[in-house]
Design a protein around this ligand. Structure first.
Ligand code: NDP
Length: 345
């Protein structure tokens, strides 16, 4: 069967496509330009897939009305992954508009023009789940990040950039569930939302240079694999962190989310566990033979072991329904170091 993957030029979507192709699906990816489409055709050919298994369509702006009307025709399911991921928005609407309109738009197009689809999976985020608390918290799939929406409503352009991004993800996922509810009598398919935390791991999507990497990979390299640790103090490295998942496991989760009947109608946190930055520094140093020319930051080795993890995510629902296995921090760092070495970065 044929799966539509939006934003296939991106970090996560390229891996999702790779996983789907490996499992025998055909993929139609959406890109913003013919040039990017051609690069992706070349990528998946190079990765050994039959050329007829991957095609692309140009969707210049996911926020435009009817943007996906043509793209959805004839597909069996949709993985909606495209959304702006950066922390430079001045006006919060720069993020919120494409996030929300893109999500509602692809659902509208599916309803109008894809009567045979069975499921839509959207890449939401733990950003739509968690909120900031002074004390440690365990969040579940029942939690919603109302806090980010309130901050952005109150502070507008002056809101912290992370709050703007988190609001965009929360509003987009809410809009998706609302759409499903309000059209339930016309919809024969179901929705799945996946809520991953920070996504780390090797990169396969076309990237012109190390400065053009996606946001989560760029931050990982800046802090965990650069000599000045992104300017963080030893104290910060030992106490600051979040939760994470390997991009290859998240790609597997997107595939399983299509295949597991019980996933229908669920939102699921997909997390391998918590980290503080020092954990990654220690793992990288233990694998330093993989990157002989890289000056790794040391921090204070072992100081992460006693860290109190402020944000913890309960991913037991995904474990139950998807039966997903997670890679370890060692496997993730190994994948990244080998990738950087191969790219000469
Ligand atoms: P990328 O920036 O690598 O990918 C984003 C994709 O969306 C790109 O293909 C981009 O196209 C496309 N896109 C963005 N805005 C538009 C627009 N207005 N019109 C058309 N296409 C657009 O990021 P990731 O792969 O990291 O993120 C993918 C998804 O995963 C997002 O929904 C993100 O919120 C979510 N996510 C990411 C996490 C992470 O740590 N990386 C964590 C949790 C969730 P182009 O390449 O042309 O710019």
């Amino acid at each position: 069967s044929k799966i539509l993957v939006s934003g296939v030029s991106g970090y996560i979507a390229a891996w999702v496509t790779d996983c789907l192709l490996r499992r025998g699906y055909s993929v139609r990816g959406t890109v913003r330009s013919e040039g990017k489409g051609a690069q992706l055709v070349a990528l998946f050919k190079e990765r050994g897939f039959e050329p007829e298994k991957f095609e692309y369509v140009v969707v210049k702006d996911i926020a435009e009305k009817g943007a996906f009307d043509e793209a959805v025709k004839g597909v069996d399911a949709i993985e909606h992954i495209a959304s702006p991921v950066h922390l430079q928005a001045d006006d919060p609407q720069e993020l919120i508009e494409p996030a929300v309109n893109g999500t509602v738009g692809i659902l509208e197009s599916a309803l109008k023009y894809a009567p045979t689809i069975k499921r839509v999976v959207i890449t939401s985020s733990s950003a739509a789940v968690l909120h900031i608390e002074p004390h440690p918290m365990v969040f579940t799939d029942e939690d919603w990040n109302e806090q980010a929406i309130q901050i952005v409503e109150k502070e507008g352009r002056l809101a912290p950039n992370m709050a703007k991004y988190r609001a965009s993800k929360t509003l987009a996922e809410k809009a998706a569930w609302h759409f499903i509810q309000s059209h339930s009598d016309q919809i024969a398919w179901d929705l799945v939302a996946l809520n991953p935390p920070f996504v780390f791991g090797p990169v396969i999507h076309p990237v012109a240079s190390i400065t053009a990497l996606n946001t989560s990979t760029a931050e990982f390299i800046a802090v965990a694999l650069s000599q000045n640790a992104g300017g963080r103090t030893e104290e910060e490295l030992a106490t600051q962190g979040s939760c994470w998942v390997d991009v290859r496991d998240l790609a597997e989760a997107h595939t399983l989310a299509l295949e597991k009947t019980d996933a229908g109608g669920q939102r699921m946190i997909v997390s391998a566990g918590p980290y503080v930055w020092q954990d990654w520094l220690d793992v990288a140093n233990s694998l330093s033979d993989l990157c002989p020319n890289r000056a790794l930051p040391k921090g204070h080795p072992g100081a992460g072991k006693s860290a109190v993890h402020k944000i913890q995510l309960d991913s037991s629902k995904a474990a139950r329904i998807l039966g997903l296995q997670y890679r370890s921090k060692e496997e993730t760092v190994k994948g990244i170091l080998e990738d950087l070495q191969a790219k000469g970065w």
